[in-house]
Design a protein around this ligand. Structure first.
Ligand code: MN
Length: 232
């Protein structure tokens, strides 16, 4: 049988994030998300704010919106929520990464939005079905440029804030994370093989709410960066 390097159809492009103050691109492999990782958000969603084992879901790498691009209001939903999150960009992979070694696997950080079709997620949750349709839809992951950890270190405190049309809606501090970044990497790398290019959205503080077409979302994380997106 002849061996050929030709694909049958054109291969999809590699999704990527821009890198701050650089022409380089950060190629994205997978997007992992952590659920309920700020106690005040767990409470607002009606859950126990104590440390349950962290749990994860995924978005697709090609769900990213970069360069302050627009967020098209998704179909089949009447309740789409914003969730601002600190994003970890993995530079070197591994399995069963030790907590004390975890930060060495991080290339950089970014500001992201875990956009959520809350009505569909709630229906699925109640039925004990997967969250996929609520979380992993087109354009569901707007994300800022990546800033290298070599420039900013590893943030473990600092303001995390989202404004809608100039009004503060979500406000928290990175020091409120229930599961800290090294612990997230430790647990996640026990379940999956982390690869260079993986992103981890680390959870959202309280104040999630619905967006409408025309809204301007302004996201800011102290020491990490900022991002805007317009709901269209
Ligand atoms: Mn989230």
């Amino acid at each position: 049988m002849p061996v050929t390097s030709q694909y049958t159809i054109s291969a999809p492009p590699v999704p990527y994030l821009l890198v701050k103050n650089s022409d380089l691109r950060f190629p994205v492999h997978r997007i992992y998300c952590v659920g309920r990782n700020y106690s005040d958000h767990a409470i607002e969603m009606g859950h126990d704010p104590n440390r349950e084992t962290p749990f994860f879901f995924q978005k697709n790498a090609d769900n990213l919106v970069t360069n302050n691009g627009d967020f098209p209001y998704p179909p089949r939903s009447k309740k789409v929520h914003h969730e601002i999150e600190l994003v970890v960009a993995i530079g070197s992979g591994g399995t069963d990464i030790a907590r004390v070694d975890a930060l060495n696997h991080i290339w950089g950080y970014a500001v992201g939005l875990d956009m959520t079709r809350r009505d569909l997620q709630s229906e699925m949750k109640q039925a004990g079905k997967p969250w996929e349709i609520g979380k992993a839809f087109e354009h569901s992951a707007p994300c800022s440029e990546v800033i290298p950890a070599s420039e900013i270190g590893h943030p473990n405190k600092g303001l995390i804030q989202l404004k809608v049309n100039g009004e503060v809606r979500q406000l928290g501090d990175l020091n409120q994370l229930i599961w800290k970044i090294p612990e997230i990497i430790m647990v996640l790398s026990g379940l999956f093989e982390l690869k260079p290019g993986d992103l981890i959205m680390t959870g959202t503080p309280a104040g999630v709410g619905a967006v409408n077409r025309g809204d301007l979302l302004e996201c800011f994380i102290e020491g990490v960066g900022e991002m805007t997106t317009r709901v269209i």
